[in-house]
Write a protein of this length. Structure first.
Length: 350
């Protein structure tokens, strides 16, 4: 069954207008900046937020068709929901938190508890069945919430920032296990996250939500290879410029210019991977078509690499080694020469 969304609703200053389909056995990650409407979209699908107009449906069943149409309450939508705040009952054990949904559907106490214990074993914490939420780590609590979402055999799975409460140590194993459970789930899966790594790890497809609208949708390769907004470029860690190209010359919106590969004239987007940007203490020799002097605006460590943001007519980010930073004597406010080969610039229609 396909989840079909045509969601239009206003919530405060946010106007949410989203059209999106999620197929059976497909995982779609919704990414976007804070305030874009990601959690509001999930709340509408779950039945916690009625829409102003449009349609939310799973297969032939319409959950919400707007104020004049029938509305299916949350408990009858058979949606498994993992909330960002988990919402575990503090006075109930892990087993009874998982069993709650089964009991609310009319299952017997013994049957619900047995099923809950089975799911706790499946998510790797069967030995914590009698633990209270306050005694659990963030990762363990997340596994309880996941077991609760899956135990009722939902037709639809909705995850809101599923790894937000997990520390770095537990994140890797939980990300791997969560992907396994997502792959085994037969219905549509929708995951809201602000973390690019989580989105890339979970998603068959990524939909980018900005200011209440889907601005780009595609595979990980498509999103990374051809970002269409500044937010998406920052998410995947690349530089993005918009402007007008003419015969291999790009006039950048807001000022500045670059020599780019010819063949794409008119309104274009140009992207540059930070590792393609070279930095020098003095003007470099050689054949780079783009060379200019700039000011170092920021220096940020990124593991074994360093991201250096330069200001000027063509502001961008370069990624260099720790050794290069030391050899160049890079410092905030200092001067640096920037070199960029035209062949390293990817240009496509805006």
């Amino acid at each position: 069954m396909t989840l079909r969304l045509d969601v239009h609703l206003r919530r405060g200053a946010l106007q949410l207008d989203v059209e999106l389909d999620v197929g059976e056995r497909e995982t779609v990650a919704i990414v976007g900046p804070n305030g874009a409407g990601k959690s509001s979209l999930l709340a509408a699908i779950a039945g916690l937020l009625p829409i102003d107009r449009g349609r939310i449906g799973l297969g032939e069943v319409v959950f919400d068709g707007g104020p004049a149409a029938p509305f299916v309450p949350p408990e009858h939508r058979r949606a498994g929901v993992l909330f960002q705040d988990l919402l575990l009952f503090p006075h109930r054990t892990a087993r009874d938190n998982v069993a709650y949904g089964l009991r609310s559907r009319g299952g017997s106490r013994g049957e619900a508890r047995a099923r809950a214990e089975e799911w706790l074993r499946r998510v790797g914490i069967g030995d914590l069945a009698r633990a209270l939420p306050r005694t659990l780590s963030g990762g363990q609590a997340q596994r309880v919430a996941l077991a609760r979402a899956l135990a009722t055999e939902p037709r639809l799975l909705l995850l809101d920032e599923p790894l937000s409460a997990v520390d770095a140590t537990a994140r890797l194993s939980l990300r791997r296990d969560l992907r396994t459970h997502l792959d085994a789930f037969v219905g549509p899966r929708l995951v809201v996250t602000h973390d690019a790594i989580d989105a890339f790890a979970f998603a068959d497809r990524i939909a980018v939500l900005e200011n209440g609208r889907i601005v780009q949708s595609g595979s990980v390769a498509e999103i990374c290879g051809r970002p269409r907004t500044r937010y998406v470029a920052d998410l995947v860690g690349t530089n993005l410029f918009r402007g007008i190209a003419t015969a291999g010359a790009l006039r950048i919106d807001g000022g500045g210019s670059l020599v780019v590969p010819p063949g794409n004239d008119g309104a274009v987007i140009a992207t540059v991977h930070p590792r393609a940007v070279a930095l020098y203490r003095s003007r470099p020799d050689g054949t780079p078509r783009n060379v200019w002097r700039a000011e170092v605006a920021a220096i940020e460590s990124a593991g074994d690499r360093v991201r250096v943001r330069v200001a000027g007519d063509v502001p961008l980010v370069a990624e260099v080694t720790q050794q290069a930073v030391a050899e160049l004597g890079l410092a905030l406010g200092g001067d640096v020469w920037v070199a960029l080969k035209a062949t390293e610039i990817v240009v496509y229609a805006a």
